[in-house]
Design a protein around this ligand. Sequence first.
Ligand code: ME8
Length: 510
Amino acid sequence: MSKNTYYVTTPIYYVNDKPHLGHAYTTIACDVLARFKRLDGFDVKFLTGTDEHGLKVKQSAEKAGMTPQQFTDEVSVTFRDLVPLLQYTNDDFIRTTEERHKKACQALWTKLVETGDIYLSKYEGWYAVRDEAYYDEEELKDGPDGKKLAPTGAPVEWMVEESYFFKLSAWQDKLLKFYNENPHFVMPESRFNEVKSFVKGGLKDLSVSRTTFDWGVKVPGNGKHVMYVWIDALTNYLTAAGYPNDCSKYWPADLHMIGKDILRFHAVYWPAFLLAAGIAPPKRVFAHGWWTIEGEKMSKSLGNVIAPEDLVARYGVDASRYFLLREVPFGNDGDFSHSQAINRINNDLANGLGNLAQRTLSFIYKNCEAKIPAPSEYTQDDTILLTKAHNAIINVREQIDNQAFHKAFEAIWSVVNDANAYIDTQAPWSLKKTDTARMGTVLYVLCEVIRCLGILLQPVIPTAAGKLLDQLVIPANERSFVNIANHLKAGTVIAQPEGIFPRLEEKAAA
Ligand code: ME8
């Protein structure tokens, strides 16, 4: 029997900078999945957190005149502040500076030493002290005095440093076999192909410790070394599942959601570490695309970084969440523009869903003593629309299981659009004068469709969907996906309808 648990993770974000739209995007996607799976009856664990070790963080702390711990304490909070702002429902928030995490890293390390996959050797190469980085011979240029220089212009010297290595070269065939046996391990497929060709190209052993700085997890039994930040960071997913104690309730993770920038770490190094330690790799890694802003890369120096709080201040939480996941096919790169956001929000949320609910519910409120009318006999049009609304979950579930958010919402909006067309054709306002029984049926059908939409839309627009369900007086324990099969009680007195999405004015974006 398959497990009824679902474990989804975001990357843990570096604390060398404040959160922006890109970070929010990944976490919102995971939040939608987590909420969806809970409503679908799963026991969900949704993890996010911050990556707090490594040279970059240490340098940022120095620049800010703080100790690394003070600095990470301060910046980590800015990521945690997004939880209420964007209504994340994460079950845990991990910081890599926590004791539980150091314990997990050291346990995994010790295991890899025992299996012979981590060994001590020497790292040699051209090193630029100024950049604290190694460079390949081909990257170097000649300086005026004949000395070699890094591409940054920094002088380099041949360094020999003691380092621990992970025997990645031994895992090439086993990784390829694992990929073969797990054809959906990486999605989208094009990214999986990149991973496979990288591995087919040959793997070199990986240096997994540093002695040049100390802001990291200490290597067990050799305090001169701290662990390479990626072995530390990736282990967070295991830590939160309970490792080194029994973590079988949620592990293997169902999904690591990441951006395409960090795919190699998740799809090559991570499964190799895990297979070597005798731990099952995650079931899937989804690498989504990259957001640019009005055609430009988001960067501090260009001054075009979109802070999540600005987005929410402008569009509200629900609309921001919906827009980001609906506009760009998930997996593709996308370009953020305010005019697109306004169009999408106005068309789908204000004119589409909002209008459908407002027209139906305020008509009932005014003309039917606020009571949901009882249906009489259904026509074919009624049945077609009702069946579509009741069955939408089947297609939506499949799309969500493939992380195809845009397709899931497209399927839901196909119901919204049909319902808006239905109300126009059936014209309950005319039936009021000619056939009140038929009018009652039409209004009942519409309320029933709105109920289904409200339930289906909770994962992405939690506040607005909650309001719709409140207006229809649906009890809290009847809002799960199994409850879609229920039917509204005729005669229920609805609350006074209020608009759920105001129309945005184009000038508001100026
Ligand atoms: O890489 N568009 O942390 P990070 C879309 N600590 N997504 C974006 C984005 C953009 N423009 N910019 C950032 C790290 N992201 C490591 C991860 S995990 C074990 C360690 C998102 O703070 C996207 O999810 O640089 C990307 O993978 C992540 O932020 C990188 O966050």
